[in-house]
Design a protein around this ligand. Structure first.
Ligand code: NDP
Length: 446
């Protein structure tokens, strides 16, 4: 494989998809040595078949708002690769959604799902519909219209969606309900469902908690304790809030959160009472972080800013969205002595920022390893659904911790480089790639 040539071809054939190019580029440079040692891969042009999704569905979603006006959004499902299991990956509802973002997410998902050691292929879907400011009924009508187009492509052994940005338990419930109506089947064809109808305990917590478990594994390699460490977190959604909750439980100090309007800074660390208030504000009242200083004036709100340059921290856990931490943010974090970055979001650090972290030899965990606890627990939800059983929270948490330790071990195995530094990007990409590549080789040219 000549990596530059493969990338140039992809950019020529699929122009205007920068996030997709960025994700592919990172993986290709990590795996090129291994790939080139195995000519049998290149003989069947494995790399191109792995980079280009198996198939993509795109469709119009028409729905009626509360004023009776007909609205139109775009819907997509990218089924990237099912060499090791049914397609699996979340659905994102956000105004920024386009095919480039979903192709990057589906590509990443394939490697992430492989790392979990569970039998799941990679997929991602979504719409440029924004749930923000919509009524409950509007969201329900949109979810139903979305699934009316997509249900034929889904199924417990075919393609199993879950949540992502803008899609939580409420949206999954509406989509699963409509799927069930169309198919007349009660199967585990969505994950992230409510507990009363097949959801798994610990699934809401899993991505954030899993990222903390991964961080603990990384810190242990340096003999560093999380207790008393200042942790900057971005986002204030599912991943960020459960990350903050677990960090506080472990004795860390949470110094920031953010939403798409701005960041909240807690120079002395969030108290349990302040965190509980923010959790309720975001999860139950769908409020904004800008409202927080009204109740707690000691917490500072910075409109339109991200946390990285605003507060001193030992550890950064970006947990909002892609490319939310750039090279100048990386400079700021490194200058203040940040020792670890563990990504809750998918590809939150730009490529130049990642290079700076790795060149500085700090602990740096890419999202595809550190946030894999979410999809891993979705895999556990699928296992419970197929057995018609529910495991206890302790059981799921134990399995989650074991899976995160296993992912960490795989990263170390394939990521250790000359000076004994563990390059977790390289480790995650190689470990994820080998399993998928070998399965594709065994199954012939498809
Ligand atoms: P949520 O919708 O629950 O929360 C997203 C948070 O990020 C919100 O606070 C949101 O702010 C903020 N945000 C969204 N878009 C932007 C933006 N363009 N700029 C700044 N802030 C933004 O999503 P999740 O917490 O589920 O997902 C967060 C990240 O984690 C995503 O990258 C997702 O792909 C990844 N992830 C999620 C998993 C899961 O299990 N949910 C699993 C693995 C990865 P606002 O409230 O203003 O919209």
């Amino acid at each position: 494989m000549k990596t530059e040539q493969v990338l140039a071809d992809l950019k020529r054939r699929f122009p205007y998809e920068p996030e997709y190019h960025q994700a592919v580029e990172e993986v290709l440079y990590s795996i090129e040595d291994l790939y080139n040692q195995r000519p049998e891969y290149d003989n069947v042009n494995l790399i191109e078949r792995l980079c280009i999704p198996d198939r993509i569905f795109s469709f119009r979603v028409s729905w009626v708002d509360d004023k009776g006006k007909v609205r139109n959004n775009m819907g997509y499902r990218v089924q990237h690769n099912n060499a090791i299991g049914p397609y699996k990956g979340g659905i994102r509802f956000h105004s920024s959604v386009n095919l480039s973002i979903l192709k990057f997410l589906a590509f990443e998902q394939t490697f992430k799902n492989s790392l979990t050691t569970l039998a799941m292929g990679g997929a991602k879907g979504g719409s440029d519909f924004s749930p923000k400011g919509k009524s409950n009924m509007e969201i329900m009508r949109f979810c139903q219209a979305f699934v009316a187009e997509l249900w034929r492509q889904l199924g417990a052994d075919t393609d199993v969606p879950a949540g992502d940005i803008g899609v939580g338990a409420r949206e999954v419930g509406y989509m699963y309900g409509y799927y069930k109506k169309m198919t007349r089947q009660f199967t585990g064809s969505f994950t992230g469902k409510g507990l009363a109808f097949g959801g798994s305990l610990m699934r809401p917590e899993a991505t954030g908690y899993g990222n903390c478990y991964f961080l603990l594994n990384m810190l242990a390699t340096k003999g560093v304790d999380i207790k008393g460490k200042r942790v900057a977190i971005s986002g204030a959604g599912n991943v960020a809030l459960y990350t903050a909750q677990k960090i506080m439980e472990l004795g860390g100090i949470v110094v920031s959160l953010s939403d798409s309007d701005g960041a909240i800074i807690a120079p002395e660390g969030l108290s349990q009472e302040q965190f509980d208030y923010i959790f309720e504000l975001k999860c139950y009242w769908r409020g904004r972080l800008s409202q927080v200083p009204d109740k707690y004036p000691s917490l500072q709100y910075f409109h339109g800013q991200r946390p990285w340059k605003l507060v001193k921290c030992d550890i950064a856990m970006p947990s909002a969205t892609q490319n939310e931490l750039d090279d100048s943010d990386a400079d700021a974090l490194l200058a203040q002595g940040c020792i670890a970055v563990s990504e809750g979001a998918n590809m939150p650090s730009t490529a130049p920022a990642v290079h700076k972290f790795i060149n500085s030899r700090i602990l740096y965990a890419p999202g595809k390893a550190a946030n894999a606890g979410g999809v891993a627990t979705s895999g556990l939800e699928m296992a419970q659904n197929s057995q018609k059983l529910s495991w206890t929270a302790e059981e799921v948490d134990r399995k989650l911790q074991a899976i995160m330790a296993d992912i960490h071990a795989q990263c170390v195995k394939y990521g250790r480089i000359d000076d004994n530094y563990v390059n977790y990007v390289r480790g995650a990409n190689i470990a994820g790639f080998i399993k998928v590549a070998d399965a594709m080789m065994a199954q012939g040219v498809l």
